[in-house]
Design a protein around this ligand. Sequence first.
Ligand code: SAH
Ligand code: DHB
Ligand code: MG
Length: 223
Amino acid sequence: MSEELWTDVDRYISEALVAPDAALNAALEDSAAAGLPSIHVSPNQGKLLMLLARAHRARRILEIGTLGGYSTIWLARSLVEGGRVVTLELSASYAAVAANNLARAGLREMVEIRTGDARASLTDLLTEGQPPFDFIFIDADKENYPGYFESALRLSRPGTMIIADNVVRKGSIVDSRSEDLNVQGVQHFYKLLRNESRVIATAIQTVGSKGHDGFAIALVTGM
Ligand code: SAH
Ligand code: DHB
Ligand code: MG
């Protein structure tokens, strides 16, 4: 099977099941025009995030890695009345694109964008004594996934769902001798998931318009 076929199948699925959406399309167009890398989740993956957060009746969602806010729009659309997304982005210029994309989607008031290194923003969230999040999407630099997961756990309650993107990276994770810090970060993240008694976790690999990759899903059961 080729990447071209995976992309065709993703297009088929999206045309069948993901309604055309002006705000989402405009978000991608403006992100590309502003020079942001095309590393957002695919439409059917975005809808999966929305569906899972909706099934979970999430009221407080944390996203680590905003980019142009494409996944953020999906997550914000899952929210119950009065719900809120906090999203963390290193780049101030990416965050500005995201803010505009969220405003056009009519979601700006539901989303707080915190600019700067997510490690510092997570420390801030912890010291502010924020109430726990119901749903957490980890999608920033892969090297720091272990730390993001540990912070996510500290910002969780029993029942919180934690999802991490890009946990397969074209299969590179099976290379135990990899010197790529991103790969090592994801491998360390798997180790934390395996050894963490407070979560039930699994991962699934995916193919599609974003190549061969995968999601990890962890449900916090105890604290
Ligand atoms: N969730 C987005 C894609 C995120 S891409 C979507 O699917 O639409 C990863 C993002 O993480 C990039 O925008 C990158 O700037 C950001 N990032 C990388 N390192 C970071 C860090 N240390 N802290 C916060 N954000 C970071
Ligand atoms: C890439 C893809 C992603 O989904 C991401 O969050 C970061 C990087 C990539 O393909 O390089
Ligand atoms: Mg990703």
